[in-house]
Design a protein around this ligand. Structure first.
Ligand code: GLC
Length: 403
């Protein structure tokens, strides 16, 4: 049994990929994919990474209006550029590019807005002399030698100590690129836990961890662990000016109902531009989905794992004594809801449209009088109040998909 935490309450967070690569506007892997030397990268990406319109209070405003409960910022990505005033390297935002301690301003603004504070941290560091290779096509499999590995581990450990001791309470440490092994993750996780005892840690640097992450796919972690799906709004994490593959607000709500139905979180990414502004398209999508969440309140925070199987009309989420039917594919004015193991007490639209007539025959509930065509282009959510914790009469334990 997982302890209820702020993390279950939030269910929805904002991932922010922002760094010198934002100036290249071709995604966060540009240095690796396009064979940039550190000098070229500094000239072409770090210098124009101005942060001229960087305003983390605006990021926080968008996150809140979107309905999110936490934010995770790339304190440094695989390019090794540090967004804080580290003592370990000159490749940092206080000396180059923004000329500011981005992490400090970010942490203060996010905390002030009442959001939980997450820091993404990549262990991989393409341009570090002890790290194996900036331009590898596969993740490097081993360290050049043990001395370099040790020195590198000491280096990243020191960076994490800075992040864990200078900025007050950090709620989530989001590791990435903990490759090649060993990175001494267990020792370091134990240490950062001493520094931030309440902090949640993701699974990418090994045990001990709290949050299992899936990437660009919605897939729960092992039983008993918190879990999160990290997803992009287009096809890139870092800002890419040419990537027009935008998801829409409906897709966002679909992802959210899916993660919530499996008692997980959605960490949805934005890639601000070099000046710090979040692309207009991303803001519009997030705010439209946020408006839908405000119209359809209460189902997301602390949602539990739904015992119900899949349907052809949408997604079922549960919370306390309530079953939420999120209808994405209208079935007209009647909806047949199968496998309900509870007595249904009341059925209504979640957006306040009033009670709906229904009949219950055993475990089949038939709801009538649903507005058709649907009044909300994103989804119609119908709430069933039931006699206790939602139960199913026909559990779905596996689902066979032919190959
Ligand atoms: C991958 C990518 C990285 C991105 C991360 C987000 O590990 O290497 O660019 O930041 O996924 O989950």
């Amino acid at each position: 049994m997982i302890m209820k935490t702020w993390y279950n309450h939030a269910r929805y967070g904002m991932f922010i990929h922002w760094g010198p690569y934002s100036a290249a506007a071709r995604g966060e892997w540009v240095a690796n994919r396009e064979l940039y030397s550190k000098e070229e990268y500094t000239e072409e990406c770090v210098r124009p990474f101005t942060a001229a319109r960087f305003d983390p209070r605006e990021w926080a405003r968008v996150a809140r209006a979107a309905g999110m409960g936490y934010v995770v910022l790339t304190s440094r990505h695989h390019d090794g550029f540090c967004l804080w005033d580290t003592a370990t390297t000159d490749f940092k935002s206080t000396l180059l590019g923004p000329g500011r301690d981005v992490v400090r301003e970010y942490v203060d603004a996010i905390r002030e807005a009442g959001l939980k504070v997450g820091l993404y941290y990549s262990v991989a560091d393409w341009f570090h002399p002890d790290y194996p290779g900036a331009h590898a096509r596969d993740w490097p499999q081993c360290w050049p030698d043990e001395e370099k590995r040790r020195r590198f581990v000491q280096f990243y450990h020191t960076q994490l100590e800075e992040l864990m001791t200078r900025y007050g309470r950090i709620d989530l440490l989001w590791y990435d690129g903990c490759i090649p092994s060993p990175t001494d993750g267990e020792i370091i996780n134990t240490r950062v836990r001493q520094l931030q005892p309440h902090m949640l840690i993701n699974n990418r640097n090994g045990e001990p961890y709290d949050v299992h992450c899936s990437e660009q796919i919605i897939k729960p972690g092992p039983a008993g662990k918190l879990w999160e799906a990290g997803m992009t709004l287009n096809d890139n994490w870092g800002y890419h000016a040419g990537d027009r593959q935008w998801k829409n607000a409906r897709a966002v709500v679909r992802m959210l109902t899916e993660t919530a139905s499996i008692a997980g979180n959605l960490l949805l990414n934005v890639g601000p531009m070099a000046d710090g502004a979040i692309p207009r398209e991303s803001v519009d999508i997030l705010l439209e989905a946020g408006a839908w969440l405000r119209r359809n309140p209460g189902w997301l925070a602390d949602s539990g794992r739904s015992p119900f199987g899949w349907t052809n009309w949408g997604r079922i989420t549960v919370k306390d004594d309530r079953v939420y039917l999120h209808v994405f594919n209208s079935t007209g004015s009647r909806l047949r809801v199968a496998d309900i193991g509870n007595r249904v007490l009341r059925v209504s639209y979640l957006d306040g449209g009033g009670a709906l007539p229904f009949t219950q025959k055993g475990d089949l509930v038939i709801i009538d009088g649903i507005q058709s065509p649907p009044k909300d282009p994103i989804a119609t959510t119908i709430m069933m109040e039931v006699d206790g914790r939602p139960r199913t009469t026909r559990p779905q334990t596996s689902f066979w998909i032919p190959e």
